[in-house]
Design a protein. Structure first.
Length: 139
């Protein structure tokens, strides 16, 4: 069995943002030489997410607005977590909604996506360095 482990780093300058990481993950698959297997992409921070959806700017804006309605940042005093001195309780909740990781099949050496599917990194408490794990296993 072959495997590849790669760590991607992000430092989103804003509090929230979405980054399409599909091409980078595809490069990892090529580098792995795996023809048939699985690719795990995992946000390694509790206020960030990895998810699959369409790369459409209106949808991303809708996500941002929807998440802010579900778990608004302000007032920060509404969250018990923020009593610890943090101001990011909303980011933890947004991550919980959008998910921690995705697994994509590798078929014939390529990510086996459905129509329009892309992989995204979602940042909900940015302005600092964070990592994403890409783990590929297969034959």
């Amino acid at each position: 069995m072959k495997s590849l482990t790669r760590y991607l780093e992000f430092n989103v300058p804003a509090r929230r943002g979405f980054i399409n990481i599909t091409r980078t993950v595809e490069e990892c698959v090529r580098d792995s030489n795996v023809r048939e297997g699985l690719c795990l992409v995992n946000a390694m921070h509790i206020t960030a997410s990895v998810f699959i959806n369409d790369d459409e700017s209106g949808l991303h804006q809708d996500y941002d607005e929807w998440l802010e309605r579900l778990a608004p940042h302000a007032p920060t005093s509404q969250y018990r977590h923020n009593l610890t001195g943090e101001d990011n309780a909303d980011a933890h909740m947004k991550r919980q909604i959008m998910g921690r990781e995705v697994v994509v099949a590798i078929t014939n050496g390529k990510l086996d996506f459905g129509t329009w599917e892309q992989i995204f990194y979602g940042e909900f408490d940015g302005r600092r360095r964070k990592r994403v794990l890409v783990k590929i296993i297969g034959e």
